[in-house]
Ligand binder design. Structure first.
Ligand code: 13P
Length: 255
């Protein structure tokens, strides 16, 4: 496995900037973030819009901070105007790619039908993967939805890649809404995800949570839902707030 291997004992924090940021904003952000930075137990993964990837990569001074693409198409190089594939992401310095985010599923640039081939393309290009799964609404189908998303993403993937894949449980109804599941609800979903992972022999795969995570609720989730970290949208976009989140995640690594 040629993927960049991140420290397996570390927790993970993904800063998903979505379609936000500017050169000035990212320059200040990286400066403020890295001032007195002492969160080396945590793998921080910054996912900016594509054009800022290399700019940010050049400004990173800590080994525990890496960059990720927010999505990728499964195709090799060719006539696909406007698309970005995993080879290009690797070339500009990414160690990770986020796949299957609900915002990509909703705008139809990602679906279960292409999940497996896109995961394979990422692995072939030595990228680690944050695979996002999550139900749109709470219903009796919720568990089936996440099992289907999980199986379509990694059901055909060799278990030797279990370290290279992180599963992000992001219930769609919790994204950007300020509404969050309880730790018990996350634990219940985690058990289902864990059962699928184990049936596939994926014993080293981490499970993180996303959806309205803030410095106020991060400690509650990390201690009570026993997750391996977070994927964060809104609360990652200020260096101070990101550092608050890092404080709880990094501390939990040592528990
Ligand atoms: P918010 O943290 O803004 O709810 O976004 C979550 C998310 O979609 C991260 O990928």
């Amino acid at each position: 496995v040629l993927c960049y291997i991140f420290n397996m004992s570390s927790k993970i924090l993904v800063a998903n900037w979505k379609m936000n940021g500017s050169l000035d904003i990212f320059a200040d952000y990286l400066k403020d973030l890295q001032k007195g930075y002492d969160f080396s137990n945590t793998q921080l993964i910054i996912a900016p819009p594509f054009p800022y990837l290399n700019f940010i990569k050049q400004k990173i001074v800590f080994e525990s901070i890496v960059v990720a693409g927010q999505t990728a198409v499964l195709w090799n190089d060719g006539a696909k105007t406007g698309d970005i594939n995993c080879r290009i992401l690797k070339d500009v310095g990414c160690d990770f790619v986020i796949l299957g985010h609900s915002e990509c599923r909703i705008n139809n640039t990602f679906n279960d039908g292409i999940a497996s081939d896109t995961v394979k393309s990422a692995l072939n290009n030595n990228l680690n993967i944050i695979l996002c799964i999550g139900e749109e609404i709470v219903s009796e189908r919720s568990d089936d939805v996440i099992i289907e998303q999980l199986m379509s993403g990694i059901g055909e993937i060799d278990k030797k890649y279990s370290k290279s894949i992180v599963i992000a449980y992001e219930p769609v109804w919790a994204i950007g809404t300020g509404i969050t599941p309880t730790a018990e609800q996350i634990l219940q979903k985690k058990q289902i995800i864990y059962a699928v992972l184990h049936s596939l022999g994926f014993i080293d795969t981490k499970i993180i949570y996303g959806g309205s995570v803030t410095p106020e609720n991060a400690q509650y989730f990390i201690t009570n839902a026993q997750i391996d970290g977070f994927i964060v949208g809104k609360a990652c976009m200020k260096a101070d707030s990101l550092k608050e989140l890092l404080k709880y995640v990094d501390y939990a690594t040592n528990l």
